[in-house]
Design a binder for this molecule. Structure first.
Ligand SMILES: NC(=O)c1ccc[n+]([C@@H]2O[C@H](COP(=O)([O-])OP(=O)(O)OC[C@H]3O[C@@H](n4cnc5c(N)ncnc54)[C@H](O)[C@@H]3O)[C@@H](O)[C@H]2O)c1
Length: 451
């Protein structure tokens, strides 16, 4: 589904009219293209006095070839100034050293001048320590305050930018490279206002050009839309892909599987024997499982039929649980495996006419949270990705006014693309992403819903 307003607002005539009328002017987002190697195509400025920068500086030159520091002599890097520095594509501020309220002014002091020097589609990351990990209540409160600051920056940054906060646990510093390769690059184009926690993980990515090499990945609902994009992206990153969809979608499924060098499995995930069939289809084991298949059957609760209710709960919630359990019980899901569930911001904010869907997607988030400690014993992570408005056949079916509202009610003023969800899944599927489990990553352009 094309976004005509976005195209119009960026045309020569449209730009003038949009400005004259004071209408919102969303920028087309920059996205990752195949063949690219540097995460940041432009200058990265590193600021802040915390200890986490010490872990970042040794690999920062792999992220970009234009590195700057905020102060003279810091990290032996050239100093960036608003007057003489280049436009900034990315900002990294280590706020982990902030432990007193009076120090919070350092946020203003760093970001005020740098925000004036940003290039288009800039990426910003703040690093901190999780409040719950700190004994000093004042330090914990200061670190918690970073959430409000980073989310506000996400709303102020405009020009297609995104701002995130990463709480880094003790011993998780060695997983910062993977997280920053995602959050400081266009791979996170439609992600903003997110807070993630990194913990320890014994696994490491060996080759950043093919981080999923040697892994077998299952993607459900993979014949079209977001699932197809996930399969493409996992294959791009080196995984061997197994694509699953309903028998009616077999032709499209097989065509995509052939193009990606993978194989298709035509199976209804709600069939009684689906768990057994899936285990049989994955006889060589599986390291990455993406539960993407999903349906909507929208009606207000007053008009909701039992059939609509059950269909949505069965496909979106029951099937992922039953299939995951079967893959675990059969030993098909390997140690240090990665499970990603596709939820929705409807499951966070609720949505009119979607009580069944929102229930199922909140349940999916619950699955990630409840399974995480259990699976963690085998090094397996399980996380949920919650997309906002993504341009697919599912959202093309929404009535016009609701569709326009869904598209625009976020900090980026536009819908996301299936690729945006796929990039988040691909990051969570990486070996080092065992650093996160039981978490929800929203890919919603910082939607106002459920914020
Ligand atoms: N499009 C959005 O804006 C959006 C927003 C939030 C969440 N999501 C979620 O993302 C996922 C993908 O959505 P999409 O927009 O690509 O939808 P889509 O309808 O284009 O694709 C869903 C796929 O799942 C498959 N599927 C449905 N029931 C199945 C079953 N019983 N067994 C096997 N396969 C089945 C379908 O055949 C289809 O190929 C869904 O879980 C959806 O809820 C989408």
């Amino acid at each position: 589904m094309s976004d005509r307003y976005l195209a119009f607002a960026n045309s020569t005539a449209g730009r003038r009219l949009v400005k004259t009328l004071g209408l919102p002017a969303p920028l087309p987002l920059e996205r990752w293209r195949g063949g690219r190697t540097r995460p940041i195509d432009g200058a990265l400025l590193i600021g802040g006095e915390g200890a986490l920068n010490e872990a970042v500086v040794p690999f920062a030159h792999k992220l970009t070839d234009a590195l700057y520091a905020a102060h003279e002599g810091q990290h032996a890097l050239p100093r960036w100034t608003a007057e003489h520095g280049p436009r900034l594509k990315a900002l990294l501020f280590d706020a982990s050293g902030l432990t007193r309220f009076e120090q919070l002014i350092e946020l203003r002091d760093f970001f005020q001048p740098t925000f004036k020097g940003l290039a288009n589609c800039p990426r910003v990351v703040l690093l901190g320590r999780a409040p719950e990990s700190l004994k000093d209540p004042i330090a914990a409160s200061v670190q918690r305050s970073l959430e409000g600051f980073s989310r506000s920056l996400g709303k102020e940054i405009r020009r297609g930018g995104g701002v995130q906060l990463i709480y880094v646990g003790k011993g998780a510093e060695d997983q910062l490279e993977g997280a920053l390769r995602f959050f400081l690059s266009p791979k996170s184009a439609y992600v903003s206002g997110q807070v993630v926690r990194l913990g320890r993980c014994s696994e490491q990515v060996k080759d950043w050009t093919r981080p999923l090499a040697g892994k077998q990945a299952l993607v459900t609902g993979a014949s079209r839309g977001i699932g197809a994009a996930i399969a493409e992206t996992l294959a791009r990153d080196g995984a061997e892909v197994v694509l699953l969809d309903v028998p009616a979608a077999k032709d499209a499924l097989d065509a995509l599987a052939a193009r990606l060098g993978g194989r298709g499995v035509a199976l209804d995930i709600c069939a009684e024997d689906a768990p057994a069939q899936l285990v049989a289809a994955l006889a060589d084991g599986v390291e990455i499982v993406v539960h993407n298949a999903g349906i909507t059957r929208d009606k207000t609760l007053a008009k909701m039929s039992e059939g609509f209710w059950n269909a949505v709960i069965d496909v979106n919630l029951k099937a992922p649980q039953l299939l995951t359990q079967a893959l675990l019980d059969a030993g098909t899901l390997q140690d240090n495996g990665r499970v990603v569930l596709i939820a929705s911001i409807s499951g966070i904010a609720g949505n009119l006419g979607q009580s069944n869907y929102a229930t199922s997607k909140a349940g999916v988030i619950g699955l990630a949270q409840a399974f995480a400690p259990v699976l963690g014993k085998r090094g397996i992570s399980i996380n949920a990705v919650a997309p906002g408005f993504i341009e697919t056949r599912m959202t093309a079916g929404i009535p016009f006014t609701l569709r326009e509202a869904g598209r625009r009610m976020n900090s980026m003023g536009q819908g996301g693309l299936p690729q945006d969800v796929a990039e988040a899944v691909a990051w969570l599927a990486q070996p080092g992403s065992g650093a996160l489990s039981g978490q929800v990553l929203r890919v919603c352009g910082q939607s106002l819903l459920g914020a």
